[in-house]
Design a protein around this ligand. Sequence first.
Ligand code: ATP
Ligand code: MG
Length: 661
Amino acid sequence: MSETLENLYSETRQFPPPAALAAEANVKAEAYERATADRLGFWEQQAERLTWAKRWEQTLDWSNPPFAKWFVGGELNIAYNCVDRHVEAGLGDKVAIHWEGEPGDTRSITYADLLKSVSQAANTLTELGVTAGDRVAIYLPMIPEAAVAMLACARIGALHSVVFGGFSVDALATRIQDADAKVVITADGGYRRGKPSALKPTVDEAVAQCPSIEHVLVVRRTGEDVTWGEKDLWWHETVEQASEKHEPKAFDSEHPLFILYTSGTTGKPKGILHTTGGYLTQVSYTYNAVFDLKPETDVFWCTADIGWVTGHSYIVYGPLSNGATQIMYEGTPDTPHKGRFWEIVDKYKVTILYTAPTLIRTMMKWGDDIPAKYDLSSLRLLGSVGEPINPEAWMWYRANVGHDSCPIVDTWWQTETGGIMISPLPGVTSTKPGSAMTPLPGISADVVDDQAESVPDGGGGFLVLREPWPSMLRTIWGDDQRFIDTYWSRFGKGAGTGDEWIYFAGDGAKKDEDGALWLLGRVDDVMLVSGHNISTTEVESALVSHPSVAEAAVVGATDPTTGQAIVAFTIPRGNVDTAGDAGEKLIQDLRNHVAKKLGPIAKPRQIMLVAELPKTRSGKIMRRLLRDVAENRSLGDVTTLQDSTVMDLISSGMQGSKSED
Ligand code: ATP
Ligand code: MG
């Protein structure tokens, strides 16, 4: 790839923060100045928001890069910070989690309830022989026990490795083996798409291949029959009978907290390791700053699964360390009907909603009339994470969910970064649809060319982080060399150039004329068309800006004349007629529409109208598989795919036009 990425798309719409929100905002513009003047001092102030058993002696030790230590010498207990201290402050009766099961059953769990359950689970794990530094695999549906299990591990200093409940035997077994876990916490099953979906058989098969597992702790959720082995223990017969008293011990700031495998969009997942003090500092701070939480009045809902980093940082550790009240939902957005999400917002009067572009585009496809049936007036702030959000999807979210008045925070971060890195501050930033805007105070993100030189405003290139940050990954579990090779060897000292250690995130980005940051997708996906580096995101966003399109994925396929040519897979909106000639006409319209928005260089060679796109379990588009289709190759690794039948549909139904001009 040559120096930079093209900047083709320009956006003129801009939305200042609502005046009332700005006046009362948790974080104001001065935070940027404070952090720039004294970055480490700024992070110390954020660490002071937590309760430490022993104060740190050194804020950052960066003497052995790229291995960072934050708040060196400090000691704290994460579970104490997320639970006990709120109860001690008199908030025991406050609801921590309003849980909504897919069949409609509900539970409301107060901070006092949480303290009781976490203490009981900590006692049980200890009785089972789990001690600080041991690994515990968690393979659960979206039930409160998932949060309890994570906090119980943190409380006794054991590392959790949460594995998404939709993953297969192999995916679970390889993660258990890689972490050498001692215990698995699971359930008989959970509810998905209107029926019980078993988990225990998958665990049984996986555990048969994992001699390190000594005990399997099983939550009874569905009540379906399960096969019982000698390692199995019921949660209700152990945890729920255990002592409710547990004294939390303080752990070193760099004590490991969890391993989490990345979602596998680009290939084999990596076991990302996070530690204690720095992680909680940044996650807790960013939650307060970006979502502007008012703990007395807000009702927060993050729709991510606990199996992803978003669930770790912004369902468990961020909200609970701030004493928030939040919603946790077990099921899918279309069960029993396509309005389920909006029904939940309406029922619990949710004020802050954090979701993913894939969901927003799905809701666009289903139609505006669905959210319109519900009272969404309680919402005051909306967030997005996981992929670039197309400007049109952003506008749809604002109009149809945010009643044209909620600020939207588009938050860029990764499993590796642990917490939010680039995002508007809702009371400060004038947002632009589709842009993550600016690095948060204390974060030093930049866009560089292939010489690691900062690109000027208006230029595109590689997204890098120039300074260590508190919630950064510490390594890849068991593989320091892979950690260095993957993240630190593209630019700077790790690549043998310059004196700086530069973290390369793997994503492309640009700075617009005002210096705002736009994420442009993964650099592996960038298309090289007639000598121009074109991002998939810009072409996809141009397609989604057409009123007939709900979602699009774009890839570069080998082309004899242009090197690579743009091939687009496009999902029409629900009401659009695509039969016969209408479909052909739409395809021509779309090609011209892209050329008009971005210039002739970006005109797709080929557009396919499809009903679905290949996505990871976390809902991200997997472009590498579409590239295989576009180039008529056999498919690469499909194990992290949400629904493998999608690929058959796409390959067989390639009704698309190949145009000559
Ligand atoms: P793998 O690294 O295994 O391929 P993954 O990168 O999808 O998987 P995650 O850590 O869950 O795993 O996702 C982080 C990535 O998601 C980012 O590097 C970026 O590509 C994308 N991303 C997250 N938030 C945003 C956002 N707000 N805008 C644009 N892209 C985003
Ligand atoms: Mg990644």
